[in-house]
Design a protein around this ligand. Structure first.
Ligand code: 13P
Length: 248
């Protein structure tokens, strides 16, 4: 059985106090979660949250592949690991678009994360233009192949995949359950082709992009969708909890 996950990506939001409160509110209101829950916080707040007792797993939104050196403003995967961080987002479309991160660079982040025992949540997704020109499948498969398929079988098992169509992020426009499921199936098939059926069947593939309490259930009941990576709706405890409860 593959792992079900609901993860919140807080992006560059919340004060330190609000972050701690949000983490506490979610934890206090969900007693017996039927899925793994993650909160990807601004890096500044990682120590505040990582050291708390609790079942919510705290992850970083970014990490640099080099172990140390002259990279002003960056935090390495090695440093994340030394602070007790066990998961990291890699390849989010905002990093790809705004910070020009290429598949090749993301590949080095995947390697560095795994070397430091950090679980990569590897994000992929096409722009509207790519979908409208019919290139969406090729773009997403290339992102995954170039970022992850160099890994040996025992390491690819550690990756959590997240399909986030760029046109659905923060726009209120969600991929239909069928559109998302089709892409998730394609990703799973690519894993099966490059590795084997057992690895593909056990791979967790999350959907992200305007996922809300009102549409989470129809998305999460699709065969190939194993949970969500939630942006805006993860900033409100009630919305995030309702989304988690659709998997309970
Ligand atoms: P929204 O849920 O705000 O569309 O963001 C999705 C996302 O980018 C999660 O990583």
């Amino acid at each position: 059985m593959r792992k079900k996950i609901v993860a919140g990506n807080w992006k560059m939001n919340l004060t330190a106090e609000e972050a701690v409160q949000l983490n506490r509110d979610v934890e206090n209101q969900i007693m017996d979660p039927k899925c793994d829950i993650y909160q990807f916080t601004p890096s500044l707040y990682l120590p505040l949250l990582v050291e708390k007792e609790g079942y919510i797993q705290i992850g970083a939104q970014n990490g640099h592949p080099e172990k140390k050196g002259a990279f002003t403003g960056e935090i390495s995967m090695f440093q994340l690991q030394s602070s007790g961080v066990q998961s990291v987002l890699i390849g989010h479309s905002e990093r790809r678009q705004l910070f020009h991160e290429t598949n090749d660079f993301l590949k080095s982040k995947v390697d560095a994360a795994l070397e430091n025992n950090i679980t990569p949540f590897y994000c992929c997704g096409e722009t509207l233009e790519e979908r409208e020109s019919g290139k969406h499948e090729a773009v997403v498969i290339d992102q995954i192949k170039e970022g992850c398929f160099h890994l040996p079988a025992e390491k690819i098992r550690k990756i959590v995949f997240a399909y986030e169509p760029v046109w659905a992020i923060g726009t209120g426009k969600t991929a239909s359950p069928e559109q998302a499921n089709d892409m998730h199936r394609l990703i799973r098939n690519a894993i099966a082709e490059n590795y084997d059926n057992e690895i593909a069947e056990n791979a967790t593939i999350l959907y992200g992009g305007s996922c809300k309490p009102t549409n989470a259930k129809e998305l999460f009941t699709m065969e190939h969708i194993d949970g969500g990576l939630i942006g805006g709706a993860s900033l409100k405890a009630d919305d995030f909890i309702q989304i988690i409860n659709t998997l309970n």
